[in-house]
Design a protein. Structure first.
Length: 504
């Protein structure tokens, strides 16, 4: 029974338990009422029996010599149905009669007399069933040797108690039915929030979470998340769990997307690196093959110059790839205090020497102190040099390239801008990615011209390793790269300001 009840719904179990409790309470109240009423009525009846037996004993004492005399039953005021008897010292019935309504007392039969035997004349009351007369409450009394037994019918008491029991049962049945209906309605209404929470949980369980569905999961309504109720606590906990599930699935989806993008970048990186390395290797192998066939096919000096050039190109590419690999691994860089103003000035002079056809300018604004940063001077010089080389290679002769250094309280900002044709809009979002080039061909102008598409990627990786950031804005006629690095400390008071704009 218990196992079957446990398999039922919470609503059914609550209703069964409440009904059982109400039945027990009603039964206890009914039994208490019946027993109390019965004790009260029996107490009154016993008092009447005792009064009657004393009165009858007094009437019998008028003729003590008549041991069988029952003439006291003829006295007025004797209730109808009362029986009386004279008994001996052993409790044997000597004579017995019952008072009839509007008729003289009627003697009891042998069977009726036998039902009254064995009652001691000590005044205590007893219950006896007298055949043909019903149930009686009787008592026997010995008054100076005169022993009289008297009994009164219990039918009124028994009928009253039976009626009370019937009323109690009817009232209990009606009350339990009404209480059951009210409880069923109340339980149903009170469990509705829990039902809605369960429905939400079922709906979420049917969502295709395994296929990457991370948004749009159903939530428990706000009205069912009140922390003041148990159902509200469950609803709020379910919403939090759904939030965690969505966040976990979203994070997993982001991770998977990052892995896919990383694999794509890796495949593209390997393909581009292989192609970049294959080109100089093919050139070296070709010139070596020509040399093996004889000097009549190619002049040896030219062959060796081309081999050296392609070797230098391959060496530069391998060094760039190794640098990117080290930066990706997070290897620590050399750290020292670097004066970025002097470093940028040197880079501008180097760029002027490499690109005499351009106009190079330098701007330095140190209102907030010297542009000192902690970092690897050689790598930071490489970043600035790459930006200068990018401006020189991808702009026509006569283009003005301006490098500026600005120091603030928290950062050193370096800008390299030119008035060239600008970066194509389609290329701008990926300009810092590896092997990104404006020209999609595999031809190169020469070793010194670079063109592998790693310069800006190296600049971005070095800047990130120094805790800085780099970005670019480009429109036709103005392209500006901005490099921002954290300074070593706040500038001291009274710093001399140096500001200069001049062609270099």
């Amino acid at each position: 029974m218990t196992a079957r009840l446990r398999s039922r719904s919470l609503r059914t179990r609550l209703l069964v338990f409440i009904t059982a409790v109400l039945v027990c309470v009603c039964a206890a109240m009914a039994l208490t009422t019946v027993f109390a009423q019965r004790a009260y009525l029996l107490g009154n009846l016993d008092n009447r029996v005792n009064d009657a037996v004393e009165r009858n004993a007094g009437g019998a004492s008028l003729h003590p010599e008549l041991t069988r005399d029952l003439t006291f039953l003829n006295e007025g005021g004797q209730p109808a149905g009362m029986l009386a008897a004279r008994i001996d010292a052993k409790g044997n019935i000597l004579s017995a009669a019952v008072v009839s309504h509007d008729a003289p007392p009627r003697s009891l039969t042998t069977a009726q007399t036998a039902a009254l035997k064995g009652i001691a004349p000590d005044g205590s009351t007893h219950t006896r069933a007298v055949p043909g007369l019903g149930t009686y409450r009787v008592a026997a009394l010995d008054a100076s040797g005169i022993r009289v037994l008297t009994g009164l019918p219990m039918d009124d008491v028994l009928d009253t108690i039976s009626g009370l029991v019937a009323v109690e049962i009817a009232v209990a049945a009606v009350g339990l039915t009404a209480a059951g209906c009210v409880c069923a309605v109340v339980i149903r209404r009170q469990l509705r929030p829990l039902g809605r929470v369960a429905a939400t949980a079922v709906e979420v369980s049917h969502a295709p979470l395994g296929r990457g569905q991370v948004t749009g999961l159903t939530r428990v309504p706000e009205r069912d998340t009140d922390p003041g109720s148990e159902a509200g606590q469950v609803g709020a906990a379910l919403n939090r769990m759904i939030d965690h599930v969505e966040a976990s699935l979203a994070e997993r989806q982001r991770s998977e997307e990052q892995v896919r993008r990383s694999e794509e970048r890796m495949r593209r990186f390997l393909a581009d690196a292989s192609h970049e390395l294959r080109t100089p290797l093919a050139s070296i192998a070709g010139y070596a093959e020509l040399m093996n066939r004889g000097t009549d096919r190619i002049e040896p000096g030219l062959a060796w110059r081309r081999v050296n050039a392609e070797s230098a190109r391959m060496r530069s590419l391998v060094e760039d790839l190794l640098l990117l690999a080290r930066l990706d691994e997070g290897r620590p860089l050399q750290t020292a205090e670097v004066d970025m103003a002097a470093l940028v000035a040197e880079a501008v002079w180097d760029a002027r020497a490499a690109g005499a056809g351009h106009v190079w300018q330098l701007e330095i604004d140190l209102d907030d102190g010297p542009a000192l940063v902690l970092g690897d001077e050689a790598r930071l010089h490489q970043v600035v040099a790459n930006l200068m080389a990018n401006a020189r290679v991808h702009t026509p002769a006569g283009t003005t390239v301006t490098a500026s250094v600005e120091s603030t309280a928290t950062a050193c900002v370096i800008r390299v801008r030119d008035d060239g044709p600008g970066i194509p809009p389609a290329l701008l979002p990926t300009v810092f990615e590896r092997f990104t080039r404006a020209d999609t061909s595999r031809t190169r102008a020469g070793v010194l011209e670079g063109g592998s598409g790693l310069g800006l990627a190296i600049a971005s990786a070095i800047t990130t390793a120094h805790g800085g950031r780099i970005d670019v804005q480009s429109t036709p006629g103005r392209t500006e790269f901005t490099l921002e690095l954290p300074v070593t400390e706040l500038p001291p008071a009274g710093t001399t300001t140096v500001a200069r704009t001049a062609p270099v």
